[in-house]
Design a protein. Structure first.
Length: 555
């Protein structure tokens, strides 16, 4: 159990601090609680002190004689967007070497990120920067709210971000890894053990979220067809002949057969069927300036039925043409009625997200949102590779956000030129490996139109699915990932010197625990469980059941 003591001087930031701590330890999978004093601490508990004033090493060691203790000093300004400017943020940004170079906001200088002061009967550690405040800063997307940021309704230019050069790696997950490593080190040093929930149902290396945004289904109408002739001349004189011939071939096919080049549902579904994968399709509920189709179209309704029969998922593609709660809710209800469902996931078209849209998404109360991604190039937006509940206004959001890492937009250099196929494969592989390294969510969005717009998509997409299938990954729809993450958070674990009790409030097909440190299992009762090294894999768990893991007592 991680017991968290928050200095009373930090009372003003209590909600923000508890929210950040809850995200950290719920994500890492540890049992945790907030305490007001040490009266009820058990010998096995790890005491984490989040303080306003830093103790000396000797003071920390005195406390560590009784409890394994970790100290983190708070920087209150990290909870106040008005306390920072973009210039001050850059001045206070420091780089530390963790799993990868990691940006840390700290007004204080430090030589190393953390230190272990354990010796004999003393087990203590200290982190030299405010890791909790840093995590909150990104959970709340505070950089986009600093002085001089875009006004309401505008989006933040990611290239101006102080963190832009770190986008290739999930730096927030690196911060969690630092705290996790210190906890594990203290447990090993004490000769004790600690239990963690694995991230994914069967302890897979990562979760995979394949998706397709359905923005355009008609490549041309009469007006756009005429306008495209000018583009043909540009490609002719700029020597983009390969693309020119493809465009001319498409035009002839469209003129003589009325074939819609963007109607590529079956093309993607066939590749996914062959790879035994499923995906989520985000579809708008009504026509707008940003979409060109209607749910009343019988052909589209037939495609939706095909997707559902193949156990795919339909999500709501929200657009920014009617920015009010009533229209957002109406569109949600229209799609739910068509699907005969009572809840749905959402995606903001184009990932153009701002505070106003975040607030509307929160009022919409979706099962999850997948609306956060880099605009022009691949990367970990805000440093996240795992699901999180955003901080909106002054409270935790009602919905879970799933990250998107790779989009077909990143394959386009400009209007007339795409990234070469080999470079595209290297890009996909690089970010897949970076995501697997932290056991994150590898979110992919290939628009339905990209099968036509990206000439090598019929080669790249099978490559991507083969890459996914080469690793031990859990391929699931957005709803399945979000539902799992919420169920996982509700499982409670109680640890003693002699046994571990695991309570499952809901049915779970699979669930996995990791036991670290000095513990040997004697027997397991109450649930079907298979032990693989230090991983316990449960199967077909019934709601309200309790699994008891008894330990050998000769430790």
């Amino acid at each position: 159990m991680i017991s968290i003591f928050i200095d009373f001087h930090l009372q003003r930031y209590q909600r923000e601090i508890k929210y950040a701590f809850s995200y950290i330890f719920s994500t890492l999978g540890y049992s945790y609680s907030f305490i007001a004093d040490t009266a009820h601490l058990k010998n096995r508990d790890i005491l984490l002190i989040y303080g306003y004033k830093e103790p000396t090493v000797d003071e920390l060691k005195v406390l560590a004689r009784y409890y394994t203790t970790i100290f983190i000093q708070c920087e209150p300004e990290l909870y106040e967007p008005e306390a920072y400017t973009h210039e001050k943020l850059k001045q206070n940004l420091r780089e530390v070497k963790l799993l990868s170079p990691t940006p840390v906001i700290s007004a204080r200088h430090f030589e190393q990120p953390a230190a272990d002061y354990s010796e004999a009967e003393i087990h203590a550690g200290k982190i030299f920067f405010d890791v909790v405040g840093n995590v909150f800063f990104h959970l709340a997307s505070l950089e986009s709210r600093l002085e001089g940021s875009p006004k309401e309704g505008e989006t933040f230019d990611e290239r101006a971000s102080a963190f832009y050069k770190y986008k290739d790696n999930p730096w927030v997950d690196n911060l969690l890894w630092l705290l996790d490593s210190m906890i594990q080190e203290q447990v090993r040093g004490k000769g004790s053990y600690i239990v963690q929930k694995c991230y994914w149902p069967a302890a897979q290396q990562a979760a995979i979220s394949l998706s397709h945004s359905v923005d355009r289904l008609c490549k041309w109408n009469f007006h756009s067809f005429l306008v495209s002739i000018a583009d043909d001349f540009v490609m002719l004189f700029s020597l983009h002949w390969g693309r020119l011939f493809r465009e001319l071939g498409g035009k002839l096919k469209y003129l003589f057969s009325n074939y819609e080049l963007y109607w590529n549902f079956e093309e993607f579904r066939k590749v996914e069927r062959d790879a035994k994968c499923r995906s989520t399709w985000f579809i708008a509920a009504e026509n707008s300036e940003e979409t060109d189709y209607s749910l009343d179209d019988p052909d589209l309704q037939e495609e939706i039925q095909h997707i559902q029969r193949e156990y795919g998922e339909i999500g709501l593609l929200t657009t920014a043409d009617k920015l009010n709660r009533d229209d957002f809710v109406t569109r949600k209800q229209v799609l739910l009625h068509l699907l005969h469902k009572d809840q749905i996931g959402i995606r903001q078209l184009g990932y153009r997200i701002n505070d106003q849209l975040r607030d509307l998404h929160n009022k919409l109360n979706p099962s999850y949102s997948q609306s956060v991604a880099m605009a022009e190039s691949p990367g970990f937006k805000d440093g996240f590779a795992l699901p999180w509940h955003p901080w909106i206004g002054s409270a935790k959001a009602s919905f879970l956000e799933l990250p998107t890492l790779v989009r077909d937009r990143y394959l386009m250099i400009n209007k007339y030129k795409n990234l070469p196929l080999d470079d595209a494969k290297r890009m996909v592989k690089k970010y897949f490996q970076n995501c697997v390294r932290v056991r994150g969510v590898f979110g992919v969005d290939m628009r339905v139109a990209s099968w036509t717009d990206i000439p090598y998509m019929q080669k790249l997409y099978p490559y991507l699915l083969a890459l996914i299938n080469s690793a031990d990954c859990w391929v699931a729809t957005g709803t399945e990932i979000a539902t799992w993450w919420e169920k996982r958070s509700k499982v409670t674990i109680d640890e003693t010197d002699y046994e571990i009790s695991v309570y499952f409030p809901e049915d779970m097909d699979f669930f996995a625990l990791q036991i670290s440190g000095e513990a040997k299992i004697k027997e397991i009762s109450g649930a079907i469980c298979k032990v693989e090294d230090n991983i316990l894999k449960f199967k077909d768990v019934e709601a309200n059941s309790i699994a008891v893991i008894r330990l050998q007592t000769n430790q």
